[in-house]
Design a protein around this ligand. Structure first.
Ligand code: AMP
Ligand code: MG
Length: 416
């Protein structure tokens, strides 16, 4: 049995980074991973502009302004956002300027309107009193000060969310180079499994893993290909895996990796020429876990994860080992692994001490910090009912049998 951290490292080493690139319209690329660095086509800001509502002045003219000795400047024009200034600001002059407006030629400093007093009737050509000396160049956002033309706006491997979309849009990048999503075939093995709309006969259960795994695959940034239920017959399993190989980059099956009489997955993988890298990992739940690679047929070598069938084991091993692999396979530059967060556990956490043990529940943020709330009910790998609401797994390390209530525990964040 491989220790969990070694299994994680071994799996990540098997995962190739994507090489192909596809162009996706800006409004359809949320959740995708940038496949090329984006050089800025423009200076940001595009021109010197004002950060405040006020007056664009020449610093020289106002360097000794005060409430007692205000400086009187003649207004040239008002510059609203979206319009170019039409007049330069000469000695003794100022322009009315609004946030984001272009700075007129000659002006180098913004005086905020709160430290000024308007003279005259408010129409163009009247005057303004400056009552305070500003800092030189105050409230001017200089052209190119955020990013210059040709500099990288964003790096390869960045996940595209709201802020990244804003940057891409601002840079007028309307077709975005992204990596193709990895295609992940999902197979459920077991003669006992039926679809949710089938009447249940004695001994049958619903193939719930298929739905959960498809959702988690999607959350990990990949494309699920649910291929349905495969009976516990070697020929059927062989045909299903071959069909999955023809359409997917990664295959995830659940069930059939244990040592039972009908657990054929490892044998069929070997028959199909796959290389078995992992057969079991020292984790609970989820000890039987098969990881294999197929020889590359042209492109990159398909990766196979044979997860245990028990619903909790299947999901826990997915979160712990498959999701990081999919994140790397999707092209994400960093942050593949599970996120471990220290939290105070409200309840005592018990484990056998032989295997890294995961107890499911919720991570809650309180003013005192993060707290782990253990799910109520049995922590049994066959009990999927109390998994609902899970957003975190508390990790009890090998060699530890008890983490007392109130003590700190490492928690893996597993999504909403
Ligand atoms: P196995 O790993 O094939 O021995 O399955 C272990 C347990 O998980 C058995 O009780 C199965 O009935 C259950 N199981 C296997 N596959 C699924 C599935 N797709 N959905 C729900 N339960 C499953
Ligand atoms: Mg089975």
């Amino acid at each position: 049995m491989l220790p969990a951290a070694e299994a994680e490292a071994k799996i990540l080493a098997l995962v190739p980074r994507p090489t192909e690139v596809e162009q996706v319209p800006l409004d359809a690329c949320v959740g995708r991973i940038l496949a090329n660095a984006i050089p800025s086509p423009l200076d940001f800001p595009h021109w010197d502009n004002s950060a405040m509502d006020g007056y664009a002045v020449r610093y020289e003219d106002v360097r000794e302004a005060s409430a007692e000795q205000p400086k009187l400047l003649t207004l040239t024009e008002t510059i609203p956002a979206g319009r170019s200034p039409t007049l330069p600001v000469g000695p003794g002059q100022a322009a009315r300027i609004l946030t984001g407006s272009m700075l007129p030629v000659g002006a180098d400093t913004i005086v905020i309107q709160e430290v000024t007093q308007r003279e005259g009737d408010g129409i163009q050509g009247d005057r303004v009193l400056v009552l305070e000396t500003p800092e030189p160049q105050q409230f001017v956002r200089h052209r190119g000060s955020f990013c210059r033309t040709g500099e990288a706006l964003m790096a390869t491997g960045m996940a595209i969310g709201g802020p990244e979309l804003a940057v891409l849009a601002a840079a007028q990048c309307i077709q975005v180079p992204v990596f193709p999503r990895p295609r992940v075939a999902i197979l459920s093995t077991g003669d006992e499994l039926v679809m949710p709309d089938a009447p249940l006969q004695p001994g049958q259960i619903v193939d719930s893993n298929q739905y959960a795994l498809a959702a988690l695959v999607r959350q990990a940034g990949a494309m699920p290909l649910p291929l349905g239920i495969v009976p516990d017959r070697p020929q059927a399993l062989r045909a299903a895996i071959q069909s999955a190989l023809a359409q997917a980059d990664v295959i995830v099956s659940s069930g059939g990796v244990s040592v039972g009489d009908y657990d054929y997955v490892d044998d069929i993988l070997a028959e199909l020429g796959a290389r078995l890298h992992i057969h079991s990992v020292a984790v609970k739940p989820g000890k039987p876990l098969t990881v294999a690679t197929f020889p590359a047929a042209g492109g990159t070598a398909p990766l196979y994860f044979g997860l245990p069938g028990n619903p909790v084991s299947a999901l826990v091993t997915f979160w712990r080992f498959v999701a990081p692999a999919l994140r790397k396979r999707s092209g994400l530059a960093t942050g593949w692994g599970p996120t471990f967060v220290p939290a105070t556990t409200r309840a005592a956490l018990k484990a056998g001490g032989q295997r890294e043990t995961y107890l499911w529940g919720r991570l809650e943020t309180t003013p005192q910090g993060c707290e782990f709330v253990l799910a109520g009910g049995g922590h049994n790998s066959g009990n999927l009912i109390n998994l609902a609401g899970t957003n975190a797994l508390a990790v009890v390390p090998v060699g530890t049998t008890l983490i007392e209530a109130g003590a700190t525990v490492a928690v893996i964040v597993v999504g909403a």
